[in-house]
Write a protein that binds this ligand. Structure first.
Ligand SMILES: Nc1ncnc2c1ncn2[C@@H]1O[C@H](COP(=O)(O)OP(=O)(O)O)[C@@H](O)[C@H]1O
Ligand SMILES: [Mg+2]
Length: 236
């Protein structure tokens, strides 16, 4: 089901340094939301709070107006995170990486897990590389494998941390198409942190700028285009 995300008065400091400063922002369900921000501004922290990897000092996250914990418990909310450096295990083949989580939790039969994984791999044009080791893949293929793994739980919310950071233009375009295809095919809310302005404009329903602990600038791409901000310079 489509899930909206609301950050409500979230604060987070590390050793006295304020990273998120009473941060509030809502992200509409079923859309692709891009978050831009300088390095060190707290973009990864923002995603990790939603993943439950970092506990905020204050505030809460609401999913369809329900607290994150309740949404997980009652609505079986599923959130997936595509890590910046893909974080695939090199000791396992691509297919084993992708089924690993469901294998460990013993969800469904092995046969069905494999069937599902191969379907996802084939959608991402990676089925031919299923038995390879991640180290044998190109950067673009590794990123696709990481996305494939994140799709195995059929997430309601999918978070991407700098998904095109090490990729060339062609692979960046492939990732953009995957994100847009997912939006069409599934009831999924996607949050994408990136530095890449043209990638941002290619995928975004909304673009927001995170600075000084919160989002002050946010809007549709056509609105953001009109704004004079140093981060948006490359498209000007
Ligand atoms: N687990 C942590 N412990 C201490 N400091 C952290 C931790 N995670 C992030 N930070 C600090 O929070 C700030 C924001 O980090 P981050 O969200 O990674 O920035 P970015 O916008 O580049 O993703 C940085 O100053 C970083 O050093
Ligand atoms: Mg980061």
């Amino acid at each position: 089901m489509n899930k909206s995300i609301e950050y409500k008065n979230i604060s987070k400091s590390f050793e006295g340094k304020v990273v998120l400063d009473n941060f509030s922002h809502s992200f509409e369900s079923g859309k692709v939301h891009v978050i831009l921000g300088k390095s060190g501004m707290g973009k990864s922290v923002l995603l990790k709070v939603l993943m439950g990897l970092i506990t905020p000092d204050n505030g809460e996250i609401l999913i369809n107006n329900k607290s994150l914990d309740l949404a997980k418990e009652i609505d079986s909310l599923k959130v997936s995170y595509v890590f910046q450096f893909s974080a695939l295990l090199n000791s396992l083949s691509v297919i084993d990486n992708i089924t690993l989580y469901l294998d460990e939790k013993n969800i469904d039969t092995k046969e069905n897990r494999l069937k599902k994984a191969y379907k996802i791999l084939s959608d991402l044009d990676l089925d031919h590389s299923a038995t390879k080791n991640p180290s044998e893949l190109s950067g673009g293929m590794r990123k696709r494998a990481a996305i494939a793994r994140s799709l195995m739980i059929e997430p309601d919310i999918l978070l991407y941390d700098e998904p095109t950071a090490e990729l060339d233009q062609i692979n960046t375009g492939i990732i953009a198409n995957i994100i847009l295809d997912l939006k069409k095919a599934k009831p999924i809310t996607q949050l994408v942190v990136t530095h890449d302005i043209s990638f941002a404009f290619a995928i975004a329903d909304t673009i927001s700028i995170l600075e000084d602990g919160l989002i002050n600038i946010s809007g549709k791409p056509e609105e953001i285009k009109e704004i004079n901000h140093p981060l948006l310079k490359p498209i000007a």
